[in-house]
Every structure is written in structure tokens, then in C-alpha cells.
Design a protein around this ligand. Structure first.
Ligand code: PLP
Length: 347
């Protein structure tokens, strides 16, 4: 079996990008105040406020599951429900953490093509039952970029948030791949968050090239009340916080976050172009961020694995293989994968 150094299994297979690494090294220069009262956390939070062009509240946590769970818990009482797409990470990949941290708030599933919520589904779910025996809908959670690699365009996003607001629901965004969405849509981060009606964003760092961590960004200050206590109780208050926050400074200060995201998106486009030319391979969803979903004939899929390629099949939906690109994916990686698949397929 070949020893490969890079794979398409997940964007979290990648290492730490140079900008995040350098910032961590810089933060390692000596002693520093702990538990987030340090200069790095202050500067990184200020930079996030600059990037979003608003006075938002920022908290750095260890991972996306806690960012989603704790932010949803801050929107909901135990008798509330959260509406999300049936493929949403909070439903399929967080082991019930949102329900656990929100003390029993129920997740209600919505349908929609290409991994995106259909706004009519929000209306349906809210109007389906309005009696006291049913958990009261309180929030919509949507993922940008979605679990299937697609994006909500600004008008699509607005259709969701307007429906949500009309029905008295708060809006939480799972932005594990928010950078990929901003880079692909080429919009101001504010335009697809608070200006479009998003109340809280889980801004992903890990899949963008940071070692560990996500930023929970509250655009509504009232919702952030006591969130620091929630983080501490949930085991998410880092004592050496500067090592969670300094990498954000490295990523954001000169646009590395968007350069890396754009690169990963471009690699996904290149992969899609190569796969499209191989008979028997079918692309499953529009490729709009850094992931490609494709149906690859079973025997060929097995042979790719024999050649040392790691990727997931069927984890998100059905039979598709998921191929994720990272900040460090190279054109050689993509072309090598395509060349192997062509050869295996007898092309
Ligand atoms: C990766 C990911 C997360 C975060 O997952 P953790 O493993 O908890 O960091 C959240 N949402 C989506 C859509 C993801 O892909």
C-alpha cells in the first residue's frame, strides 16, 4: 500500500497552516494571563468584530460540537425545539450533544434539496402542531457551507431568516466551513450573517487550518448573557486560552482564512472537473465549496482504497463518496487521484 501524506477523507485531516502556526509560536513567548483575559484573545476578538463590521460578542471553544450545542442551549429552554435539515451535523454527528446541553430541547428535522432547508418546511414544522403537548419551536439552525458542500445564496438565506423571524424563531448558523462559504460567495461576512438575520454564528477554525477551535459569535448581546459560565460548565473554557485565540489572529489579520478557503474550494472544483470526465462516476451535489460528493462504482472505489486513498463513503448520505479538500491539498493530489481512478476504470 502506498504511503500517502494527504487524503480526501476530511478537511480535518490537514495540519496547521503556517499563519496559525506562527501565531501560536508568537503567543508562546513567555507568561501570559490565563482563562481568556490575555492580549491575544482580546486582539482576536477585536479582529472578528472588524471583519463582521459590528460589535459582536466572541467566545473561543475547542470544537464545533460544543460551539453548536452551547449556542443552541443559549437560545432554548428545555421545552423548546430546534428546526434543522435532516442532514445537519447537529442531528447526525454530535451524539445528542445539542439536546444534552440544552437540557432536552428537541431537534425537529426538515427536508430540502441539496442539503439545504426549504423555507416552506419551516412553516410546515411550526404550524404542524401549536398545542401545549408539543415542544415549542424556538430556533432554526442552518449550516453554511452545508454538509453536502452546497451553499445558501444570500437570497436563499434571507428566505430562511425572514420565515424564521416571521414565526418568532431565532437563527443559529453552523459555520464549520463558513470561510469556504465567504470565499465562494465573495460576500462581506456581515451580509450572510447579522445583516441577513443570523443571531449567532459558530465560526469554524479547525477545518480552515487552525489546530483546535471554533469561535462562537453572538450578534445579539442579550443571547450571550452568561455564555462564559455555560462554556466553563461545559468544559470549554481553555485555561491557556491564548493558544485557541492567537491562531485566529494569524488567520484573520491578512486574509489567510479566505486564501486558504478559496484554495480548498478551487481544488474541489478541479476534482469535480476531473471526475466528470470519468464514465460511471456521477457528481451528486453542486460543488460550491471544498467538498465533492460523487458516486464511484463500487469496484473502483475499493481499488482506490487499495492504492492508499482515504475517503468516506456513505457517511452523510447513501452511496456517495465524500472527497474533501483542505488548505494544503495540492493540484498533484487531485490529479493523482483522478489519474488513479482513470487507470482503475480502464480509461
Ligand atoms: C466538522 C463539523 C463540525 C464540528 O465538528 P467537531 O468535530 O465537533 O469539531 C460542525 N458542523 C459541521 C457541518 C461540520 O462539518
Amino acid at each position: 500500500m502506498n504511503k500517502r501524506t494527504r487524503h480526501f477523507a476530511s478537511d480535518n485531516y490537514s495540519g496547521i497552516c503556517p499563519e496559525a502556526w506562527a501565531a501560536m509560536a508568537e503567543a508562546n513567548a513567555g507568561h501570559e494571563v490565563s482563562y481568556g483575559d490575555d492580549i491575544w484573545t482580546q486582539r482576536a476578538s477585536d479582529l472578528i468584530r472588524d471583519i463582521f463590521e459590528t460589535d459582536c460578542e466572541v467566545f473561543f471553544v475547542f470544537n464545533g460540537t460544543s460551539a453548536n450545542s452551547l449556542s443552541l442551549a443559549s437560545l432554548c429552554q428545555s421545552y423548546h425545539s430546534v428546526l434543522c435539515h435532516e442532514l445537519a451535523h447537529i442531528e447526525t454527528a454530535e451524539c445528542g450533544a445539542p439536546e444534552f446541553f440544552a437540557n432536552g430541547s428537541k431537534i425537529l428535522l426538515l427536508q430540502g434539496a441539496n442539503g439545504k432547508i426549504d423555507p416552506a418546511e419551516i412553516e410546515r414544522a411550526v404550524h404542524k402542531r401549536t398545542d401545549i403537548h408539543y415542544p415549542k419551536p424556538r430556533a432554526v439552525s442552518l449550516t453554511q457551507a452545508t454538509e453536502t458542500g452546497t451553499l445558501y445564496s444570500p437570497p436563499e438565506l434571507q428566505a430562511i431568516t425572514q420565515t424564521a423571524k416571521k414565526l418568532g424563531l431565532r437563527v443559529q448558523m453552523d459555520g464549520a466551513r463558513f470561510a469556504n462559504a465567504v470565499a465562494s460567495l465573495n460576500v462581506a461576512p456581515a451580509d450572510i450573517t447579522w445583516r441577513a438575520g443570523v443571531d449567532v454564528l459558530c465560526f469554524g477554525g479547525t477545518k480552515n487550518g487552525i489546530a483546535i477551535g471554533e469561535a462562537v459569535v453572538f450578534f445579539d448581546h442579550d443571547l450571550a448573557r452568561d455564555f462564559d459560565y455555560r462554556c466553563k460548565q461545559g468544559g470549554q473554557l481553555a485555561s491557556k486560552m491564548r493558544f485557541l485565540s492567537a491562531p485566529w489572529l494569524g488567520m484573520l489579520k491578512d486574509g489567510a482564512w479566505l486564501r486558504h478557503a478559496k484554495h480548498a474550494n478551487d481544488m474541489a472544483k478541479r476534482l469535480e472537473a476531473g471526475l466528470k470526465n470519468i464514465p460511471g462516476v456521477k457528481i451528486s451535489y453542486p460543488v460550491q465549496s471544498n467538498g465533492v460528493f460523487a458516486k464511484i462504482p463500487k469496484p473502483a472505489e475499493g481499488k482506490l482504497r487499495e492504492r492508499g486513498w482515504h475517503f468516506y463513503t456513505g457517511v452523510i448520505t447513501g452511496e456517495e463518496s465524500r472527497l474533501m479538500c483542505s488548505w494544503d491539498t495540492t493540484t498533484e493530489d487531485v490529479d493523482g487521484f483522478i489519474a488513479d481512478l482513470r487507470e482503475i476504470s480502464g480509461q
